[in-house]
Write a protein that binds this ligand. Structure first.
Ligand SMILES: [Zn+2]
Length: 136
């Protein structure tokens, strides 16, 4: 008789791998809670890695856009003001539109490249390259 672990292993093997290109691009929603006058966000690193962007870049953008000070404590972002999660989600979407999504083919398979003082979004899907503001 097969062990439970063996059966599980087999089950996993039968699951077809999802092709990266057919996955829907859906930014994870921000998770967190309010604590007194602060907002604690717990999944910003996951969102940064989903967007394949440096968390410091995303963080800088968010702090500026949300007009709040804040900093990372481990994997948590502690904002010094109370901010609705819907507003944070909206700003993350704005970030993706500006720094992640290709303007030509609308795909998220891009990288940020730097050329002198200019910053570009370079699309790995269609090869398009467009400049974005280098100073947030
Ligand atoms: Zn593209």
């Amino acid at each position: 008789m097969e062990t439970y672990e063996k059966l599980l292993e087999q089950a996993y093997k039968e699951i077809k791998p999802i092709k990266a290109s057919s996955e829907r691009f859906e930014i994870p929603k921000i998770e967190g809670h309010l604590e007194g006058n602060k907002t604690i966000l717990t999944n910003l690193p996951q969102i940064a890695s989903y967007l394949r962007r440096d968390i410091n870049h995303l963080l800088k953008f968010l702090l500026k856009e949300l007009a709040s000070s804040g900093k990372m404590h481990g994997s948590q972002l502690i904002l010094q003001t109370k901010i609705q999660s819907s507003k944070i989600n909206e700003k993350i979407k704005q970030y993706a539109d500006e720094f992640v999504i290709c303007r030509e083919c609308k795909k998220p398979d891009t990288e940020l490249t730097k050329d002198k003082e200019f910053l570009f979004v370079h699309c790995l899907a269609c090869g398009a390259k467009h400049s974005v503001r280098s100073k947030i």
